[in-house]
Design a protein around this ligand. Sequence first.
Ligand code: PRP
Ligand code: URA
Length: 209
Amino acid sequence: MSNLVVCDHPLIQHKLTFIRDKDTKTKDFRELVDEVATLMAYEITRDMPLDTITVETPVATAQSKVLSGRMLGIVPILRAGLGMVDGILKLIPAAKVGHIGLSRDHETLQPTEYYMNLPTDATERLLIVVDPMLATGGSANAAIGSLKKRGCTQIKLMVLIASPEGVRAVQEAHPDVDIYAAAVDEKLNELGYIIPGLGDAGDRMFGTK
Ligand code: PRP
Ligand code: URA
């Protein structure tokens, strides 16, 4: 069973409150999502392996740590996942970025893949799939399934808000994929929206409604 890590740092929780607020305008929404993505990247990289190297300080020789060769990839689910990429790149500027385009049908709630573009060495990287919302889990499962079909084996999922249903769906379909969320909300409504959630993440990020 995969781990569910709820990133409950006070700064993340504070910013998430204003992301949820319906009166937060597009510009602020985008900035807040970017900031929370940076803070969550700090949590998601907590177990990255380190090597010890020797470094000369001005006064002595020190044995000190550097990140070992493990390479990262960020894979946003379009559209809304795009809003989390730059925030992660601030901490991990050497990461490569792949893109998966998925659109959820408003009635059936089933995702359709319309775009996929991965770094050529994606199979050698630890991939962080990012999307603000994990609702039914259909989009995240399709994205992870698509990556696995292309030979990717090391995958983590990072979302802002998850529903209990979405967490269960990913854990059942992909027990090897750890999930990082800033919050797990109460439930899904009959339209497949997370309650209380934040509304439509893509529309709020890009001002399309
Ligand atoms: C939203 C959201 C997720 C998906 C979550 O995207 O950003 O990708 O729905 O729902 P699920 O867990 O039930 O699959 P949407 O399909 O609305 O596309 P958009 O980002 O282009 O608005
Ligand atoms: N997609 C969203 O953008 N919001 C939800 O609450 C559910 C799916």
